[in-house]
Design a protein around this ligand. Structure first.
Ligand code: BES
Ligand code: MN
Ligand code: ZN
Length: 508
């Protein structure tokens, strides 16, 4: 999508013009002038449609009287009080959605904060643009349909591909400073789109080596990327991670991304991601119903990749490492068996009682590697770890587990500010006991109860006293419900959360 910023004074324009109007808000000056010029048609249309700027309301005025415009669209912005940074991005998303529903691809948008909202016009424009760009995403690379082509004998037309916005002109007071603010933001949007692509890709396309290849490409943006292949992982002793991958024809990888934008020698922030490119469950195989969704079991790794990309794109003043464990969990003659005992990179042994509790095996070694290699100031892992987190929190909040109250609070706040919300659940000795094992140091499943917590307790055994947070994103990072800023299966969840966390707590 081509985005240009122009002076508001350049109104009126041709083509399609869109503006957001707050609940019970006045028309901006420019539109009032247009209305007069057209003999009051705009205000009559608003009245006839009972448009009062409420959230979700729209007036669509084709060929407005006395103007060059093809179309004027007014979109309800809702209550001014709801328009915080995140609320404005949602509004931008709804504006883009309204346009896409109507197959509008080129548009000018009058972007200024509504009366009664204390906010620089530049920030308003940046947030609106960001929301529009986030929404302007369709994963259609496997659709071969040509536009409106006749469908053979039936004579029916094939459904057209969903259209994206191709050109947006943002009309603002100070186009140059708005443009600059947007330039600093654009990398984050691209990173979210990349994370969505990774999550949406099917398992046959995105296997560990292919995921690693796409990560390697990020060197173009200034990230340092190292890919550890199976041989290297064997030498290093990634016994738990390798056990998960041993039944797959697609060999595992671990990708390590580094961004050094902070003070030299300052301990980095480490992000660790579960990257199971397909989770069949292994020998403890999953039911076939819904198994196709397990292509998304790498959403934690996608978020980590996304945030590293975003940090590099905006040259964040922070030292950060991203470590993702990429494996495919398959049943096979060489696959691990329930009851196998494996030795993790930390030296601790694990009885694998259920091969479908594989994510924690992958993360255990990645956390150990992060801790030993980089001595990070803190570690945050993201993983589609347990179905139980969906039972507890649904799709509204991700589960947060942590050994550090400050870290938890910072993540909670970042969640509220970005709409990627996290809710903390407890850890404790009584839960930890549930994963003790007779023969090995631990087993990879607890009992029937508290499934998300016992999974987190398992991870905790590999972090020791490093400040750490685990975010269980099984409910939020795949199979997403449609939202203002996303309508695709993979929402790219976590990229904006972690970016905000770094911006607010680790930089400056
Ligand atoms: N990848 C799944 C968890 C999952 C479930 C993610 C639903 C997204 C949606 C994970 O590897 C898994 O299979 N967990 C098991 C753990 C159990 C065997 C202890 C689960 O949740 O059932
Ligand atoms: Mn599993
Ligand atoms: Zn899994």
């Amino acid at each position: 999508m081509k985005i240009t910023f122009s002076d508001r004074k350049e109104l009126p324009v041709e083509g399609c013009l869109v503006a957001a109007i707050a609940k019970d808000g006045k028309l901006p000056e420019e539109l009032r002038e247009m209305d007069e010029k057209g003999g009051g048609q705009i205000s009559r249309a608003m009245k006839a449609a009972s448009f009062d700027g409420a959230k979700g309301s729209v007036v669509d005025i084709p060929a407005p009287h006395g103007l060059e415009l093809d179309r004027l669209l007014l979109v309800g912005a809702g209550d001014v009080d709801d328009l915080d940074a995140w609320g404005i991005e949602c509004l931008g998303g709804r504006i883009a959605g309204t346009l896409m529903d109507r197959k509008v691809t080129e548009v000018s948008i009058l972007a200024m904060p509504p009366e009664g909202l204390e906010m620089p016009a530049t920030e308003w424009a940046m947030r609106i643009t960001s929301g529009m760009a986030l929404r302007n995403y369709v994963f259609d690379r496997y659709k071969s349909d040509k536009k409106g082509e006749e469908n053979g004998e039936s004579g029916k037309k094939k459904k057209e591909k969903k259209k994206k916005l191709s050109a947006v002109t943002v009309l603002v007071e100070e186009p140059q400073s708005a443009e600059k603010a947007w330039q600093e933001r654009a990398g984050l949007v691209a990173a979210v789109h990349m994370a969505r692509d990774l999550v949406n890709e099917p398992g046959n396309v995105l296997y560990p080596a292919e995921f690693a290849r796409r990560v390697k490409e990020l060197e173009n943006l200034g990230l340092e990327v190292e890919v550890l292949d199976e041989k290297k992982l064997e030498t290093l002793g990634f016994g738990a991670l390798l056990a998960v991958g041993q039944g797959s024809a697609n060999a595992p990888r671990v990708a390590v991304m580094k961004w050094n934008g902070g003070k030299e020698g300052k301990a980095p922030v480490a992000f660790v991601g579960k990257g199971v490119t397909f989770d069949s469950g292994g020998i403890s195989i999953k039911p076939s119903q819904g198994m196709e969704d397990m292509k998304g079991d790498m959403a934690g790794a996608a978020a980590v990749t996304g945030v590293m990309r975003a940090l590099a794109a905006r040259k964040a003043k922070v030292n950060a490492v991203g470590i993702i464990g990429l494996v495919e969990n398959m049943p096979d003659g060489r696959a691990q068996r329930p009851g196998d005992v494996v030795k993790s990179l930390s030296g601790q042994t694990i009885a694998v009682l259920n091969t479908d509790a594989e994510g924690r095996l992958v993360l255990a070694d990645c956390l150990t590697y992060a801790r030993d290699t980089f001595k990070p100031a803190l570690m945050i892992d993201l993983a589609t770890l347990t179905g139980a987190i969906l039972v507890a929190l649904g799709k509204e909040y991700a589960g947060l587990f942590s050994n550090d109250d400050d870290l938890s609070e910072a993540l909670r706040k970042a969640g509220e500010n970005t709409g990627e919300k996290v809710w903390r659940l407890p850890l404790g000795k009584a839960y930890d006991k549930l994963i003790d094992h007779e023969v090995a140091d631990m087993k990879n499943i607890g009992g029937r109860n508290a499934g998300s917590i016992t999974a987190a307790q398992f991870l905790k055994r590999f972090v020791e006293d490093t400040p750490w947070a685990h975010i269980d994103v099984a409910g939020t990072a795949m199979a997403a419900e449609k939202s203002d800023i996303n309508t695709s299966w993979g929402p790219g969840w976590g990229v904006r959360l972690l970016d905000a966390f770094v911006r607010d707590r680790e930089e400056g």
